[in-house]
Design a binder for this molecule. Structure first.
Ligand code: SF4
Ligand code: SF4
Length: 417
């Protein structure tokens, strides 16, 4: 007798996310302050309407905030957080360990921000959620102990996984050809280097198949995203500066990433937050593949008969506005049938791994992952596909009894070439 598939706890209806809302990328073109003082009056515009708890439209009012649904208290939703920020800014509330935890028990997925219809909140709330973490660090209440521990390791061994830097390239097979003078670098990132090495292998093989000259810098370090996202701005900036200097000195003019977090960090955080205008072109793998398909420089020759659903990683979706490229690439693979989850694109439910949540709030992290897995199973897809090794690792960790497969877009593309 086959294993019984789990039933979703919430109702999902197949649909398409079609609302035109401002993307995070557009938001980030606005002036960014990262200073709580600047948000004093804007935060107070929050009408406590609770709209940020659910998908405003297109997904039948499905819930959208992992922090609030897990915490089960208003403080964990954006509306509650806004009130806390106002109280802190007005001197009515003091920093405490418990208060800091509320702000860290949030994956900064920005799903709430997408739902709020107050323009200033819609535009700036992601900034002040980050500003609260920065302030928590300044006040001595952040980061969380596990985040502090991985940061210390990053500063020495250049990865948060307690691994040796010398082992970073252990995944690299001898058949991969690199060009020592290439101006294009594949920025592998820590998760693909140490935990989801199939993503790194597939990406390098794709580049070889397309006869693209590239190289991997042997001294590559963590991009600093896990440090930045936990409010440790000075340390994150130090990492960013070292990375940018090393890549510039090596003559790199463009970078391909296979990790959503690395992409956002190089493309957005380095220039827009740290003022490091590195001038290096940054492309995420699906954008690169989409470009090759458009130019007819790539044709998929093999069929993959599989029903899949696509999970939008927060760091390339809401944070950077990339929704189309991965879908277009997946749909071009012969035999692939793409089934959308109800909460898709800017309405996607977060996998629960980002923002330092997975290291410090394991139960919340698993709760979020399981809800997404259930939603994916509800589509009848055979696999949940993403284009971020951190999402992939999160799904693989939480999928039970092979109820659905978890794959990265790079793995499917590699198979289809
Ligand atoms: S943040 Fe926006 S959606 Fe949420 S309670 Fe405040 S006004 Fe309403
Ligand atoms: S960023 Fe995500 S987890 Fe945090 S309050 Fe908003 S919806 Fe909830």
């Amino acid at each position: 007798m086959g294993k019984k598939k789990r039933e979703p706890r919430v109702r999902y209806v197949k649909g398409q996310g079609i609302s035109k809302v401002k993307t995070a990328y557009e938001i980030h073109d606005l002036k960014r302050y990262q200073n709580l003082e600047h948000y004093k009056d804007v935060v107070y515009q929050c009408g406590k309407c609770g709209t940020c708890r659910t998908v405003f439209k297109d997904a039948y009012w499905s819930r959208v905030c992992p922090s609030g649904e897990f915490g089960k208290f208003e403080a964990y939703y954006l509306g509650g957080k806004n009130l806390l920020i106002w109280a802190i800014n007005s001197g009515k509330l003091n920093w405490t360990e418990d208060l800091a935890k509320i702000f860290y028990q949030c994956s900064v997925c920005m799903a709430c921000v997408q739902q709020c219809q107050i323009p200033e909140i819609h535009s700036y709330a992601a900034e002040w959620l980050m500003a609260m973490r920065e302030e928590a660090v300044k006040q001595g209440f952040g980061p969380m102990p596990e985040q502090k521990q991985y940061t210390e390791h990053i500063m020495v061994e250049k990865n948060p996984y307690m691994e040796k830097h010398g082992d970073r390239l252990n995944w690299l097979p001898s058949h991969i050809k690199q060009s020592p003078d290439a101006k294009l670098a594949y920025f592998v990132g820590c998760t693909s280097s140490y935990r989801e090495q199939s993503v790194a292998v597939a990406t390098a093989e794709i580049l070889n198949s397309l006869q693209v000259d590239f190289r991997i810098l042997t001294n590559e370090s963590c991009c600093g995203s896990p440090v930045y996202m936990t409010g440790q701005i000075e340390k994150a900036k130090e990492i960013a500066e070292k990375n940018v200097n090393m890549f510039k000195e090596s003559g790199i003019e463009s970078i391909i990433t296979s990790c959503a977090g690395c992409y956002r960090t190089w493309k957005d955080t380095y220039p827009n937050k740290f003022g490091l205008n590195h001038g290096i072109e940054v492309k995420h793998l699906p954008e690169f593949i989409q470009d090759k398909l458009k130019k007819d420089e790539l044709n998929f020759s093999k069929e993959i008969n599989m029903k899949i659903t696509y999970h939008d990683p927060c760091h390339i979706g809401r944070h950077m506005g990339i929704y189309k490229a991965p879908r277009e690439v997946l749909e071009k693979i012969p035999g692939i049938e793409l089934l959308e989850m109800t909460r898709n694109r800017h309405n996607a439910w977060c996998c629960g791994s980002g923002g330092g949540v997975r290291s410090s709030f394991k139960e919340l992290s698993a709760f979020a992952a399981n809800e997404r897995i259930e939603e994916a199973i509800g589509t009848t897809a055979e696999a949940i596909v993403s284009c971020c090794p951190f999402c992939l690792n999160q799904f693989k960790t939480n999928i039970k009894d092979n109820e659905i497969q978890a794959l990265d877009l790079s793995e499917l593309v590699r198979k289809a070439i």
